[in-house]
Each structure stands twice: as C-alpha cells, then as structure tokens.
Design a protein around this ligand. Structure first.
Ligand code: GLN
Length: 600
C-alpha cells in the first residue's frame, strides 16, 4: 500500500524568509495529498491513523526532539530553550512543546515540594516550571498549545471514543494515542506558523510514562522525513567519589535504550559538574554512532543564561541548522543585544545584596523558581550578586526564632505566593517588621493578602483580622472568597487564573514604577481577595490601593507612600512570571533598587 503521507519531503535549503514562500506553494500541494490519501488509503480497515490538521504543511516546519537519558532533572528545558534561543536569534520562529508523562490534565494540583512551582500562562493554563524557562529565555509568551500531558491525550482519545469517533475500532496506544500526539506536533506547527518546533519529552528514556511519546516521535520522523527532524539526547556522566573520574557507562546504556526504540540521536549533550573530557566523549560517540564533535559537554556553569553561548561555542546551532536544511549566516544575531548586555552585567557585578524570602517550601528552591529568577534579573541590572536568605516562618511562629534575629541581616524581604495556614503568623510578623523598620517589602499574591491582614490588625485595629482561608470564623475577614465579585468573569468561587488587566491609579508609586502606564497586564492565580467593605477603612489609615481590576472592586496593588516607607508594595498577581533577563519586571527592579539604596 502506497501512502503519500509517508513520503519524505524534499530537502530544499531553507532560509527564514524563503520559508514564507514555501508555505504558499505548499498549501495546494498539501490539499492534493489529503485528497489522495482519502481516496486511495483511508478506509475503515486502515491500520494507519491520520487526522488532518488544517494549515499544516509537511516539510515547512522542522522539529527538534530533546530526550533525556540516565536520570531526570538534567536540565532538558534549559538545554532546549537555549538551543531554541540561538535559532530564534537567527530569525527563525521557534516554538517549544513540553510533554509531560503524568496523567494530570495540567499542573494545577501538583505539590510544589515534589514538582517545583506551578507556572501560569497568560491563557490561564497551570504548567510545569519549564514553561517559565522557555518564556524567560525566548522572551515570549506561550499558551496551552505549548504544553502537553498524557492526561490531555488520554482524555481526548477517551472522549472521542464515548462520542463514537472511532467507527467501531478497538482503540490502541498505537495508532490512536500516538496519532493524537503527532497531531499536536502538527497543530502547534500550523497554528503558530513555526519554523522550528522544539519538543521536550519529560522524564527519562525507559520510563513507562513517556514510552508513547517516544514511539510517536519515531513514527513522526518516519512520516515527515528524517531530514525534517533532529534528535538530541541529553545524558549524564557520573563521577563516583571513590574513583574521582567521569564514567560513561550509564550514558552509553541510556543512549542504547533510545536507539533500541528506533531513535538515532544526531546530537548528544553530556551533563556533568565539570567539563566532560575527550575520552568520555569518544566512548559515547563510539557507542552511539554520533560523531565526537556532536557529542558535547554541557557542564555546570554559573548561570543558566550562559548555556546558549556554551552551545554556540560547541557549534551545535550551526549543526542543527545544517541537519534541518536551513541556510543562514552563522553569525547573524538579530536579537542578541539586550541579551549580551545582560550577560555583560552578569559578569561585572560588584558586591551582593541579601534578600529574605519567606515560605513553607523553603527547602525546595524550585518551588520559587520564578521569584528567584526575577530577583536575579533585577539584581544583575543593578550590578549586584543576589544572595537569598530563606526564612522558615514556622520557626518565628513557634517562638524558636525572633523576627529581629531572622531579618537583621537582610536588605529587603519578599513574601511570595502560598496556600494554607502553615507559617502564616510568622509571615504576618515579617510584614509588620518590614513596615515598621523601613525594610523594603514586596508581597506577591499571598504576600499581598498578608500585608492587608497585618495592616488591618495593627494599624486599623480590626481585632483578629484574618483571611478566610485560614480563619473562616473571625469577625473581620478582610480577605475572603467573594464569588459575587467574580461574576463578570464567570468564575464563581473558582481560582482566577491567567492574564488580566490591572488599572493603575495615577501619581502613585506603582504608576511611577510602571513608567506612567495606567493599564498593565499581569498574571493571576488566586481564589481569595480583599473584601471591598474594608477598603475605605484601610485607605483612611494610610494604605493606598493603587491598582484594581477594571470595572470590578478587586484590589490588585497596595502600597505605602514614598513619604512613609522606602518601598512597601503588595500585588495580588504574580509579576515574577513576567520578568525576563532582557526585560526585568519593573516591580522587582524597583524593589531591588530600594534594597541597594538601603545598603549604601
Ligand atoms: N492562597 C491565596 C488565594 O488562594 C493566595 C494564592 C497565591 O498566593 N497564589 O487567594
């Protein structure tokens, strides 16, 4: 049986601009292919499963697949986003697709202790923290198309089955599950008009959870043509203390496993603490059929933002372009100026600032990944090295430590997002200390709510004021669930998620920090909010609500005036999700500047 969908696309040399022309030409070609496939091959009995994707043009978009071997947590997201960035700098439209093995539909209910922070996209999808890495490194907003879980795929297939969508067939992992995965590859390519899609497979090769992804990738390369795909394997060189040298055996086995699944890597990046020696690279090369110059060392460097340069120096971006049939000027760098400036700042810092971050996940830094990055961006712009002091607020709450002891050596404090009761009184004590001692304060979401509670209790003297999340029975629930208020958005008692506009009051500190803008867009993830009946009392006592939702009484920014405090700001949203090395978030910049000023 001849099936046109499996013909390799012609491997013309493409440049970014040439791609636009190719797109036009191929539209009619694509329609013909679909018609032929339908008349010649697709019957109820067909073993192939192919669902057309409108606008998809075979061979127009190229795909880079990034897969990890040996251990998880190798930094596939960092690798993939860094490589994507190098190609973005050459003028290509790049789109990442992160694929998670787990059966959750999104990351909303995952425990940050185990999985790192929940990153929220502008369209409201709650995702894995890697999406944050992609947004920061590529400096662009992503959406639901960039994130896939096995749960989404299974849900889709099972829903379709219930609706009678499979014409009496038995539904199987191959071809139905793999078919839906391949469809997602084509959809992101078509809908985002991408030149190159970077697909990152979560977990490690050999996991049962991602085996359907790897099979889908193998099939996809067979269908699209090998010249339209580039396979990259990240691996790990172990250095046992007792031996004191890097060993390649585990890496060899991991890559062999990938090859046994029908995927021959084109590039191998070896993670290690120190630069990987030639011998190890040669052994891995010999065992994997990958020339040694494409078996590169991706050792630890001071900052993840230095990885693109490391890959470029190893010539990987040039190789990937060649493999995918792209022609371009190797040194072109359409977008690199602000990035280079950031790197220059990163290497020319004098002195450090110590910032305290409170929270209950303090042992697991990944739970606050975006907050740390945003602070780092701001500190780098201010030519300072960032040192974080983690403050376990349960220790303050239990009386084991005093707030003075904990905060005496910090130049500013951040109370980040959070849920539940643990450590809450300790957080409120930190807010009080910051307010009374002119210590720069930045409250993010829960930190905004804690600042309202603290002000209500200690300045407005609303006895026992609290958030309903912690104390549903107190008289003054200054923070509460107010489904009525969310009516306009149709949310009821649900979480407000994703990008929303914030209306900013003129001539406030927020207005100044946001460069005199009266409307900005920020990302939200909260259920509770300030009860509007307390707004007047709080404002009469000196608190300023300088940002609110348009047409709704939902308070979104609070501040103390400059005449009263050097920097006291709380926001109901998560500005940390929007900070990028090349575009530092103004609130973080303002906060860190205030910390630096306090130090001088
Ligand atoms: N727990 C609070 C709420 O649900 C704050 C949420 C957060 O900090 N992300 O409103």
């Amino acid at each position: 049986m001849q099936n046109l969908q499996f013909n390799a696309a012609d491997s013309k040399q493409h440049s970014p601009s040439a791609l636009t022309e190719t797109r036009e030409q191929n539209v009619s070609e694509n329609k013909t292919q679909t018609a032929l496939r339908q008349s010649a091959n697709q019957t109820d009995d067909d073993e192939f499963f192919y669902d057309d994707v409108p606008g998809y043009i075979k061979g127009k978009t190229k795909f880079v697949f990034v897969m990890g071997t040996v251990i998880s947590g190798l930094g596939k997201g960092v690798f993939s986003s860094s490589l994507a960035k190098l190609l973005q700098d050459k003028g290509f439209c790049v789109e990442p697709l992160k694929m998670e093995g787990y059966l959750n539909i999104d990351s909303g209910t995952l425990n940050p202790y185990r999985h790192g922070e929940v990153f929220v996209l502008d369209d409201g999808l709650e995702t894995d923290m890697d999406l944050g890495t992609y947004e920061r490194v590529l400096c662009k907003n992503l959406n639901s198309q960039n994130y896939l879980t096995s749960g989404q795929i299974f849900l889709k297939v099972l829903t379709k089955e219930r609706e009678g969508g499979y014409l009496g067939k038995d539904i199987q992992v191959i071809p139905h599950i793999t078919g839906e995965i391949k469809k997602r590859f084509r959809e992101i390519a078509a809908q985002k008009n991408a030149d190159i899609v970077f697909v990152e497979v979560g977990g490690t090769v050999g996991d049962l959870e991602n085996s359907h992804y790897l099979e889908a990738i193998r099939e996809f390369a067979y269908e699209e043509g090998r010249e339209n795909c580039c396979f990259v394997s990240l691996t790990y060189a172990i250095k046992p203390n007792a031996l004191g040298e890097q060993k390649s055996k585990a890496a060899q086995h991991g890559i062999k496993k990938l090859m046994s699944l029908g995927i021959q890597p084109d590039v191998i990046a070896i993670r290690a603490d120190e630069p990987v020696g030639l011998k190890v690279r040669q052994k891995i090369s010999m065992n994997s059929n990958v020339p040694v110059e494409r078996v590169i060392s991706m050792h630890d460097v001071e900052s993840i933002y230095l990885i693109p340069k490391l890959l470029q120096d190893a010539g990987i971006d040039a190789y990937v372009c060649k493999q995918l049939g792209f022609s371009f000027n190797v040194n072109s760098n359409s977008n690199g100026h602000s990035w280079d400036q950031f790197l220059t700042n990163l290497t020319s810092r004098d002195g450090e600032i110590v910032i305290g971050i409170t929270g209950k996940y303090t042992q697991i830094r990944d739970a606050y990944a975006s907050v740390i990055h945003a602070l780092q961006h701001a500190a780098t712009v201010c030519h300072k090295k960032l040192k974080i002091k983690w403050i376990e607020t349960t220790e303050i709450e239990n009386g084991n430590r005093t707030v003075e002891e904990e905060l005496k050596d910090v130049t500013g404090i951040v109370v980040p997002g959070g849920f539940g009761t643990r450590g809450v009184e300790g957080k409120i004590a930190c807010v009080k200390f910051a307010r009374e001692n002119n210590l720069p304060y930045l409250g993010l979401c829960y930190g905004f709510q804690m600042a309202v509670v603290e002000y209500a209790r200690n300045v407005c003297k609303l006895l026992g004021a609290h958030t309903a999340e912690v104390a549903p029975n107190v008289t003054h629930k200054v923070i509460d669930i107010l489904p009525e208020q969310k009516k306009i958005e149709g949310l009821g008692g649900n979480m407000r998620l994703g990008g929303r506009d914030v209306e900013i009051k003129e001539n406030t500190r927020a207005y100044k920090l946001y460069n005199n803008q009266t409307s900005v867009r920020e990302r939200f993830r909260h259920r509770y909010e300030v009860d509007p009946k307390y707004v007047e009392t709080l404002e009469q006592h000196g608190l300023i609500f300088s940002g609110k939702a348009p047409n709704q009484p939902i308070m979104q920014i609070l501040e103390l005036p400059e005449s009263v405090h050097p920097f006291f700001i709380g926001v109901q949203y998560h500005p940390e999700f929007l900070s990028r090395p090349t575009a530092v978030h103004p609130l973080f910049k303002g906060f860190v500047e205030a910390c630096v000023a306090r130090n001088n």
